[in-house]
Design a protein around this ligand. Sequence first.
Ligand code: ZN
Length: 225
Amino acid sequence: MNALPDHVRKIVAEIETEIGEEPETVIEGATGRHTGGNGRVEAAVREILREIGEDPDRPGLTGTPGRVHRMYTELTAGYHVDPVRLLNGAIFEVDYSEMVVVKDIPFYSLCEHHMLPFFGSAAVAYIPRGRVVGLSKIPRIVETFARRLQVQERLTQQIAAFLQDNLDPLGVGVVIEATHLCAVMRGVRKPGTVMTTSAVLGLFRSRDKTRAEFLAHLERRPPSA
Ligand SMILES: [Zn+2]
């Protein structure tokens, strides 16, 4: 097992650590997916270039295999983030049991079927059972699960399940809207088509009123809009 390259280690630390917090030192091998600088990704990208009829040795492409390798390790840095550590110190006991909604969280992910981007925005809501999580952690949780090979449905469920498991709220709702380049670029869907997925747990699942309140929050635009 190789240590994480510095640029990936930096991204992992940025997601796990708040500004002003000391970064944890041990990061590499958190989930054991990383393969390091052995040149195999570069060799594979050269093969792809040859197969599509390109010359991997022409001047414009000589640096491409290395850049592609670097890019994929960055875009999948979420495998190395420990989301539980991300929450450390950011769960607070409060006497508050109204719905908390964080919306318009931008994210970028890669579809696992084509390794092409899908991207859009996430809305996350929960009803506390005496515990809330620091507001800035929610986008980081989204990013942790987005920076992996994903399908949108699973991304949605993983965010909801993680909050349910670690915050033990009365319920969680997650809605994700995204555009998939694999669909848009290949003309399967019309350009601009957005796919919406949702995951609802606890009261968000069992109580119509809660779900309706969540959806009403999503329809409300900010005052400036
Ligand atoms: Zn795809």
